[in-house]
Design a protein around this ligand. Structure first.
Ligand code: FVH
Length: 292
């Protein structure tokens, strides 16, 4: 790892997240050049010490390290394609959310142009940047990661997953999938108790410690999944995991059953395939193999 005391870095895209990333760089004393498509978003950063660039090309020419934090994959190409020649020989860290395939496409595009490419996924909201709990995932050029890790660490804990540029995105989206399904479960429970006049706040006070305790089961499930044997003793069986009562109570409460019915379908497909006595972790087989 190379120590970087005051690197020149350019940030393209000053939305909520790009602005937070740039602010952290300025605060740490890096010579930071910023550019945004629509005017005005650089003003606060300039007041803090950043340089505003008039165009993406000007921004890229100012620094050997370029950070792209744009809306999506299409906007990355819209901004960078016209200046690909300027990017050659520089390092591009793209923390725009993209799918793994889009990240790999960008890595191939960068490689063809002689750009060192590091793809990033941000597990934080803008206010968390530089604070405990902020986590950024990277994959792509190991050289770029090693060279710039001290700078990347300013934003949060940096984790590097290897030279497959799609891996950081895959982890990012997989972790978000877990989060959204968990949140949907929380919302479902809140809707159930709301039918009895219980507030979401009261429910949250019960749900937070319960769900936190349940995450203790991840490691056990993971051991079963990685071992590939869902028959091992001590697991809650699929037959025992029937969610019929939850579905009935939800219907009785007059609320949608969609969130819970989705899990029930994953369970049911394994039971119907003859695996009812095997462990709950086996629902991953329903997920890995889509139903026709
Ligand atoms: N904000 C968050 O909590 C999440 C946390 C996880 C990671 N995401 C991803 O970060 C990317 C940027 O997110 P953001 O929050 O900064 O998004 P916005 O505030 O909406 O800013 C979008 C910026 O992108 C610019 N932009 C959009 N389209 C174009 C284009 N065609 N050409 C040039 N720039 C473009 C936009 O410019 P403007 O509208 O101000 O002119 C903003 O700078 C994103 O991938 C999240 O998924 C954030």
């Amino acid at each position: 790892m190379t120590a970087i005391n005051s690197a020149h870095v350019s940030v393209l895209g000053l939305g909520a997240m790009g602005g937070a990333l740039a602010a952290a760089l300025v605060k740490a004393g890096h010579a930071t050049t910023v550019w945004n498509r629509s005017p005005g978003k650089a003003d606060d950063l300039v007041a803090q010490g950043a340089q505003a660039a008039a165009s993406p090309g000007d921004a890229v020419r100012a620094s050997p390290l370029v950070v792209a934090c744009l809306l999506d994959h299409a906007s990355v190409h819209q901004v960078l394609d016209p200046i690909v020649a300027e990017l050659a020989g520089r390092t591009l860290v793209n923390v725009t959310t993209t799918t793994p395939a889009q990240s790999r496409e960008l890595a191939a595009w960068a490689a063809a142009a002689g750009i060192a490419y590091l793809d990033g996924g941000i597990l934080a909201v803008p206010d968390m940047i530089g604070q405990p709990g902020s986590s950024l995932l990277y994959s792509g050029s190991a050289e770029a990661f090693n060279q710039y890790q001290p700078l990347l660490d300013l934003w949060g804990t940096s984790t590097y997953f290897g030279d497959d540029a799609g891996l950081a995105s895959l982890y990012d989206l997989a972790l978000l999938a877990g989060m959204y399904v968990m949140f949907a479960g929380f919302m479902h429970g809140a809707a159930m108790v709301a039918s009895a006049g219980v507030t979401a706040r009261e429910f949250a006070a019960m749900a937070a410690p319960w769900l936190t305790a349940m995450t203790g089961g991840f490691e056990e499930y993971a051991a079963v999944i990685d071992g590939g044997d869902y028959t091992v003793d001590g697991q809650q069986s699929l037959e025992f995991s029937d969610l019929g009562d939850i579905l009935t109570a939800s219907t009785d409460a007059g609320i949608s059953t969609e969130a819970v019915a989705m899990v029930q379908r994953l369970i049911r497909r394994q039971i119907d395939a003859g695996h009812g006595r095997e462990g709950f972790a086996r629902i991953i087989e329903s997920i890995k193999t889509p139903s026709s």
